[in-house]
Design a protein around this ligand. Structure first.
Ligand SMILES: C[S@@+](CC[C@H](N)C(=O)[O-])C[C@H]1O[C@@H](n2cnc3c(N)ncnc32)[C@H](O)[C@@H]1O
Length: 216
C-alpha cells in the first residue's frame, strides 16, 4: 500500500468515488451502518449544546450521524474535495454544519481549545505511532472536552486472524493497528486519558472506539 493519506484524498476523483467504492457493496453497507451505530453510541450522553469538531470529516458520513443526533458540527479536513462531497450531502442542515479546509497540525498551533468535543475517526491507523501521537495531540489541542477516536487494536488473536486473511489474499483493514501498550502511549502522548471504550464484535473486527478526555 504505497500511498500518502495526507495527499491521496485531495484528488477530486478520489473524493467523488470514496463512498461508492467503500460502502456500496453489501458488506460495505453493513460495515458503514455498524460503524455509524457505534459512533452514535459513543456520543450518547454528551451535551447537545456542544459543538463537535469532526476531524477528519472526509465526506461527512459521521458528521451526518452527529447532526441527526442534534449536535452542531464543524467538519475539518485537509482535503477540499472530500469536504465538498460532505457539504453537498449535508446541505439540508443549513448552518448547523460548517466546513473548514485545514491541516490539523497547522490549525492546532493557532487555535487552542476552540471546540467543545471531537471525533477523530478512521485516520490514525494510516500513520506510524509517532505520527498518530502528533495528529491526536493536535486534535486534543483544539478540543476542550471529550474526544472519541477510532483505531484498530492489534491483539494476538487479531494478528493470527490477519495472517490467515493475508494468506487468503485479503488486504489488511488498517496499516498501523496498535497494541494495548501503544494505545496507552498514544493517549499519554496526546495528553489524554481513556474514559471508556467500545470494542464491538471483538472476534470479527479490530475496531476500537475510545472515549478520552484531557488528562489534566
Ligand atoms: C479515510 S478518510 C476518513 C474520513 C472520515 N472520518 C470517515 O471515517 O469517513 C481520512 C481523511 O483524513 C484526512 N486527512 C489526512 N491528513 C490530514 C491532516 N493532516 N489534517 C486534516 N485532515 C487530514 C484526509 O484528507 C481524509 O479525508
Amino acid at each position: 500500500m504505497d500511498w500518502d493519506p495526507i495527499t491521496h484524498y485531495r484528488e477530486t476523483a478520489v473524493a467523488e468515488r470514496y463512498d461508492r467504492e467503500r460502502f456500496n457493496s453489501v458488506p460495505g453497507r453493513v460495515f458503514n451502518a455498524l460503524e455509524k451505530a457505534f459512533i452514535r453510541k459513543a456520543f450518547r450522553g454528551m451535551s447537545r449544546n456542544a459543538i463537535v469538531m469532526d476531524l477528519p470529516c472526509g465526506t461527512g458520513r459521521f458528521a451526518e450521524v452527529l447532526l441527526d443526533e442534534g449536535f452542531r458540527v464543524v467538519g475539518i479536513d485537509i482535503s477540499a474535495a472530500m469536504l465538498e462531497v460532505a457539504r453537498r450531502r449535508l446541505q439540508r442542515f443549513g448552518d448547523l454544519f460548517e466546513t473548514r479546509v485545514a491541516d490539523v497540525r497547522e490549525l492546532a498551533k493557532h487555535e487552542k481549545r476552540r471546540y467543545d468535543i471531537a471525533l477523530c475517526a478512521r485516520v490514525l491507523m494510516h500513520f506510524p505511532l509517532e505520527e498518530q501521537i502528533g495528529f491526536l495531540h493536535s486534535v486534543a489541542e483544539l478540543t476542550k472536552g471529550r474526544i472519541v477516536l477510532t483505531q484498530s487494536l492489534s491483539t494476538p488473536y487479531q494478528r493470527f486472524r490477519r495472517g490467515i486473511k493475508r494468506l487468503l489474499g485479503h488486504q489488511p483493514p488498517a496499516r498501523y493497528p496498535i497494541t494495548e501498550t501503544e494505545l496507552k502511549t498514544l493517549l499519554a502522548g496526546a495528553r489524554l486519558r481513556e474514559v471508556d471504550r467500545l470494542r464491538p464484535m471483538a472476534l470479527l473486527s479490530e475496531a476500537i472506539y475510545v472515549i478520552a478526555e484531557p488528562a489534566t
